[in-house]
Design a protein around this ligand. Sequence first.
Ligand code: AHG
Ligand code: MN
Ligand code: MN
Length: 352
Amino acid sequence: MSSASLEIGSSLDACLAQAVAADGTLADVAKVIAACAAAAIAVSEVIGRGALAGDLAAQGEQNSDGDVQKFLDVLAHERFTEALRGAPVAEVASEEAEGVMLLNAGAPLAVAIDPLDGSSNIGVNMAVGTIFGIRPTASSPENPLGSFTGPGTLQLAAGFVTYGPATSFVLTLGDGTQIYTLDREQRSFRLTHPRIEVVAAAKEYAINASNARHWDTPVKAFIEDCLRGAEGPLDKDFNMRWLGSLVADAQRVLLRGGVFLYPGDNRKGYAQGRLRLLYEAAPIAMLMEQAGAGAIDGERRILDIGATGIHERVPLIFGSMDDVACVAKYYGGRNAAAGRSPLFGQRGLMRG
Ligand code: AHG
Ligand code: MN
Ligand code: MN
């Protein structure tokens, strides 16, 4: 929805109504987003009770990705899929379900969802989230995964919820990225950031540094150059963050820039990293691009990649455009300093 007309403080419902008035084809998408928002408020209220809500980290079965499901993973999965059952959604691809879930036969939309992102933060009062991407239904008996195998550019909308000190709803309908903040008294999301514009470059990177010995060469070289700071070829000192929750790191990048990396590495099962294309990388990539940032797998634009399975993993690097372009140079075999004349070396004569 065009932020030109969005008024700060407006409710999400009012903003969605405005978007639909401007473009009637968004009517069904708006209903799905409203359903996600309602589920997010309910989940936020459970999370906000912490240990008073019981042991939210209690362990259950393993999910399809081999992760042990926690009580809150399952609760979020149930709340969101129940809410989506009441919206024009035919299919759901959820992290917490092995295969595609069939909801309303003949409905026009399909939703890929990570009901609870950052599960390792459950039970220790750290930020967690929910991530979703909305696509047109395109499955058929011959191609049962058809709604989910196209590139991320087919997404009609994407969003994530951050259950942090505040609960925020980050959303794009393809015309900019907005942030809504939960008004707990009104039990509704209200517009606080009408159009996010990510700074072109910053001095912060996010990566799980404990995996350094497993990284591929381009990532090792990039992080080494970050660690060399202003004395190295990147000419600036960096700060590091790693929040253990993709949505929390993504929200920080949207608001103050920087670059996030979850690359492939040589641990067993991590050749394509840890994050899933359909319900983590592709929605985040749409939100980042709509905010003037970038999202790649090292070489390819995330939104150009089609999935072959609903839990397929992909290396994910996103953030400030210039910083992502810098990482891409390392993957392309040319590090940031590669094109520099000797005069612009580590302590070049011509340093600015
Ligand atoms: P999920 O809880 O949905 O499996 O997602 C966790 C992801 C992501 O949120 C986070 O950035 C990453 O896993 C953390 O991975 P490590 O624990 O390997 O650092
Ligand atoms: Mn996740
Ligand atoms: Mn999850």
